[in-house]
Design a protein around this ligand. Structure first.
Ligand SMILES: *Cc1c(COP(=O)(O)O)cnc(C)c1O
Length: 232
């Protein structure tokens, strides 16, 4: 058994345990494999083990991998910072974008989404821990932004995404995740019908599932430690 296969099995088992502890169906949690910095061969291995959704942070690296893996029906998710002059290749090549945090980027993605493709699935990124250096809309911007994005014709706003500040114990991890769940409930109570909370990484996946995550974004626990941290 390869390392990636056994890691994937361990992550799936951990999702089942956390879902069970939260009284949730494990099917309600989608596993997004975050493959940034890892080569196409690693993605092929994960695909052979049944993984179909992959997340990438760096545009050029992602486009290169898509070309190398064009024979596989992979669902690609863009999860990295977005420069507003680089939206077109994102609109043309991905199924989901998790890292939209301003209206201008959303408008460009909508304009540039090819008409022959289904609407681009969007998560609005929230800077839930209020870190100055981090991207993401502030919690008080979320409602107006979500309503504005939901009106764009070629996008489908699916939910909210966050990368909380790291915390060690589960109680501390759960605080910002719980605030995300409340934000989603708030915008849904205002008439939107968002079904996605994109939260939970290798270190806080269980806490995220306890707080209602519907999509966990897991890199290290599947592919191992990243030795290269920057774009290709
Ligand atoms: C790298 C990354 C992940 C995966 O993080 P791990 O700790 O390796 O599981 C998830 N989400 C985003 C936005 C990332 O950049």
């Amino acid at each position: 058994m390869t390392a990636i296969l056994s890691n994937l099995q361990a992550v799936r088992a951990a999702i089942h345990r956390a879902a069970h502890a939260a009284n949730r169906n494990a099917e309600s949690v989608t596993l997004l494999a975050v493959s940034k910095t890892f080569p196409p061969s690693a993605i092929r291995e994960a695909y052979a083990a049944g993984q179909t959704c992959f997340g990438e942070n760096y545009l050029q690296e992602a486009l290169d991998k898509m070309q190398a893996l064009a024979d596989l029906p992979i669902e690609w998710h863009f999860i990295g910072p977005i420069q507003s002059n680089k939206t077109r290749p994102i609109a043309e090549n991905f199924s989901w974008v998790h890292s939209v945090d301003r209206l201008k980027v959303a408008e460009r993605l909508s304009e540039q989404r090819p008409p022959d493709l289904p609407p681009l699935n969007i998560c609005l990124q929230v800077n839930i821990s209020g870190e100055e250096s981090k991207s993401g809309a502030t919690p008080h911007e979320v409602s107006a932004l979500a309503h504005a994005i939901s009106r764009l014709p070629r996008l489908k706003l699916r939910g909210l995404m966050a990368i909380p500040a790291p915390a060690d114990d589960e109680a501390a991890q759960r605080k910002p995740l719980s605030a995300m769940r409340a934000l989603l409930q708030q915008v849904n109570s205002e008439g939107l019908q968002l079904d996605t909370l994109s939260m939970g990484m290798s270190h806080d996946m269980a806490a995220a599932i306890l707080e209602g995550s519907t999509m966990v974004r897991i890199g290290t626990a599947i592919f191992g430690i990243r030795t290269r941290t920057e774009k290709s």
